[in-house]
Design a protein around this ligand. Sequence first.
Ligand code: MN
Length: 247
Amino acid sequence: MHIMVTNDDGIHAQGIKALSEALRELGDVTVVAPDRERSAVGHSLTLHSPLRVFELRAGYYAVDGTPTDCVNMGIHSLLPFRPDLVVSGINHGPNLGDDVTYSGTVAAAMEANLMGIPAIAVSLATFDHNGHFTAAAAVAVRVARQLMANGLPADTFLNINVPNCPPGEMGPPLITRQGKRSFVGKIVDKTDPRGRKYYWIGSEVPDFNDHEGTDIYAINRNHVSITPLHLDLTNYESMKILAGWTL
Ligand code: MN
């Protein structure tokens, strides 16, 4: 089995190291990841400038682009074979609820899914530098094993969030739906040393709605959260309502 690993925290992040090492248990691992942190870039693709690739060591490629660029580069250029699985992570921080739309980690899995390759995004729900990355990597290996044995439903990729606790304190995985967060918008404005104004987005910690059955609810109770995602953003209920408009 050939596995491609990527992330949005950059190739030198602790999470990608733990993940790529753990996945070697299942097959050959090639790492293609951004050369620096590219968190919250979402599904962005670099089209207006060239990309450079640096092979740091065998099977370990740094790209000066986004996670979505890395999946493209890996699959269409760098990997000798089409991978059987793409795993993105382990993100340093949760990717829950509406935040999945900002996430470079989730977008990388989404890109692989668009290419018809089974894909998993894995995030560790902490910003603590002593996070339980090894425990989260073990969860990723377990899920990957199940995925390879059972396959995934069509047009589906997985968003996994792992609570930051030792394996013994972790609840069994829950299959969850994407939750909601209450947006507390905040822009900080200050003045730079040359007297010009500058602005900084979102310094507040987001407030998540703790509804049963959601990814947020699972993480709040130290369960691993596994959310099957797909790319169809259509609101089917609204289609019926809009059909009644006079257009
Ligand atoms: Mn990140």
